[in-house]
Write a new protein. Structure first.
Length: 164
């Protein structure tokens, strides 16, 4: 009878570990032979009502000037609109920024590059977008000129790149 009880307890423990909730989605960054996976700094539900923050989630990589940063997102992010903001220094040290928007279900990867061969990617931020509904005094939703709700960041991941 003891072997059956032990088997039953082991099966119950296995079932419980399989039911644990998955954490927030992670983004993978790759550059110059180095890879890092990042958790979100801020992660909110789709309506941006319940949010969690993780100040220690900022990722770091070392890369030489001119090297691109490849970004891979899971389908949890790619199934929604998302945005990449890249800050880089040009060859003379001036900071510049550019952004790339992706509609839902369009891509799961992007390569961020500086505009010059001697430029250095400094920061890459990935934002998962959600709809924010504002309401007028009567409680009716306020929409943009195209009849759409305003898109705002509901989660974001950040990578700091140190020159290598």
């Amino acid at each position: 009878m003891r072997p059956r009880l032990l088997l039953l307890l082991a099966g119950g423990a296995l079932a419980l570990t399989g039911c644990t909730a998955a954490g927030p989605p992670e983004v993978t960054f790759y550059s110059d032979g180095h890879t890092v996976t990042a958790k979100p700094l801020v992660d909110c539900d789709a309506l941006i009502r319940n949010c969690s923050k993780n100040a220690d989630a900022q990722a770091h990589l070392t890369a030489r000037p001119g090297m691109p940063v490849q970004i891979s997102v899971p389908s949890e992010i790619g199934d929604t609109p998302w945005l990449v903001i890249t800050q880089y220094s040009d060859g003379g040290g001036a900071l510049k920024a550019k952004q790339q928007y992706f509609s839902r279900n369009s891509k799961l990867a992007y390569t961020a590059t500086p505009d010059t061969p001697t430029g250095q990617v400094v920061v890459v931020e990935v934002q998962q977008l959600g709809a924010a509904f504002a309401a007028d005094q009567a409680g009716n939703p306020v929409l943009d000129e195209n009849g759409n709700p305003q898109l705002v960041a509901r989660a974001y991941w950040s990578l700091q790149v140190q020159p290598g």
